[in-house]
Design a protein around this ligand. Structure first.
Ligand code: SF4
Length: 416
């Protein structure tokens, strides 16, 4: 069954069932549902038969051409995915990351048969006699056939070329847009090059020029084509875009808003995401936040605090002091209280080989956070990649979460 020009809700809302947002097309076979974006690129595959693990589980293909399996997990309630991720699903990544839950979906032949079905569907469309189809169906099939596996891979490489490298990690807050963001790199490298970090690049921090940003914008507009209208979020990369300063951040956000035709959807402004470091955050003055607050975006800035324990900071090779972390943490609370259109969130590391002082000082910090609105300013706990027993960390997370006056979630390191 071919359905062209389907339209889901315009505004993103969190649902326990995978609601389709925006405009897309769909092909259903007796066993699977395949969704395509407006360029005819495959976007998701979901099993329809009773042997599929759960009706809400599916594969989603990212802009980087990764097939990510969305699972509802193996537990519900307080120990379940929703309480830890803040979302109804856990994205299972097809590359090494820092997951707390290892869901071995690839050893389930029912789940993996989705790919064989996709190849079969592609072959069937190729062989189909298009004469009998309505013109719109013929047009959709042509677009799908123009996007074979090799083309999809090449498209992902083309995106990296436009922005000057792959986005190796997305801010945790991009979960609010289901990780569907348009990337725009306004700076490269970072200030610290910490020893523990698995996503850093070798580059020294350097801002991009406004000309480079204009070139990216033009190429990205062309790259996303008809499907641009389905995006509602912008990520200014890469690891410390906040250090690029007020002028470049606001210029890039405003130009992107115009070029990509972002707009408010009902009461929901488009999202603007960026990373910041403790150093760049402490340096950012009131004028920057006032200007960001006036942008037609809701802005999330995610800061890498990592620890408030000096011993841990030196163990992981992060060249900042616990005093600076404390100062930045307090500034986060102030900014969140002062600006309706800005939300600062923070990351701390977690690992079973870290000292009790790390957990203790973090619990203490979060327990005494001077906040009025608990819903704003989430803290993300990021398991270290080499931590062997990640699931065993959950009781420790739970203790920190229970005592915290701020929302606490687990940070899954995900690339674009
Ligand atoms: S944690 Fe952040 S600042 Fe440190 S190396 Fe990684 S990207 Fe750079």
């Amino acid at each position: 069954m071919i359905s062209i020009g389907k339209a889901g809700p315009d505004k993103l809302v969190k649902q326990s069932f995978p609601l389709r947002f925006g405009k897309y097309s769909e092909i259903k076979t007796p066993d699977f549902e395949f969704c395509f974006n407006l360029n005819g690129e495959i976007k998701s595959i979901r099993g329809l038969k009773s042997n599929w693990p759960h009706p809400a589980e599916q594969f989603k293909r990212t802009l980087g051409n990764d097939w990510v399996y969305y699972t509802v997990g193996d537990k519900s309630g307080n120990d379940g995915i929703i309480s830890w991720m803040g979302e109804y699903y856990l994205p299972c990544l097809p590359y090494p990351s820092n997951p707390v839950w290892e869901i071995r979906y690839f050893s389930n032949p029912v789940i993996m048969s989705a790919f064989a079905e996709w190849s079969q569907l592609f072959a069937n469309l190729y062989m189909a006699n298009s004469k009998g189809f309505y013109p719109q169906a013929r047009d959709l099939i042509e677009r799908i056939l123009a996007n074979d596996d090799q083309t999809l891979y090449e498209r992902s490489q083309q995106l990296n070329k436009i922005i000057g490298g792959r986005v190796s990690v997305l801010p945790p807050d991009t979960r609010h847009a289901d990780y569907d963001i348009i990337p725009l790199n306004i700076a490269d490298g970072c200030l610290y090059h910490c020893k523990f970090c698995c996503v850093k690049s070798d580059q020294q921090f350097q801002k991009r020029s406004k000309e480079n940003i204009q070139e990216q914008l033009a190429a990205l507009k062309d790259y996303f084509g008809a499907n641009l209208i389905n995006y509602h979020a912008l990520f200014l990369g890469n690891h410390d875009a906040l250090a690029a300063g007020e002028d470049l951040i606001c210029f890039s956000a405003e130009e992107a808003y115009r070029s990509f035709g972002f707009r408010q959807r009902m009461d929901l402004k488009p999202f603007l995401y960026l990373f910041g470091s403790v150093g760049s955050f402490l340096k950012s003055d009131q004028a920057l936040f006032e200007k960001l607050n006036r942008l037609p975006f809701y802005t999330y800035i995610n800061i890498g605090f990592e620890s408030i324990d000096s011993g841990t900071l030196s163990l992981i090779g992060k060249p900042i002091t616990s005093k600076q972390v404390k100062e930045a943490f307090e500034k986060m609370i102030e900014i969140n209280a002062a600006f309706d259109g800005i939300e600062i969130t923070g990351n701390f590391i977690a690992g079973d080989n870290l000292s009790p002082e790390h957990d203790g000082s973090l619990t203490d910090l979060l327990r005494h956070a001077n906040v009025k609105r608990k819903s704003k300013g989430a803290i993300y706990l990021s398991p270290l990649k080499d931590s062997p027993k990640k699931r065993e960390l959950l009781p420790r997370f739970h203790k920190i979460k229970e005592e915290s006056r701020l929302p606490v979630f687990v940070y899954l390191i995900q690339r674009l």
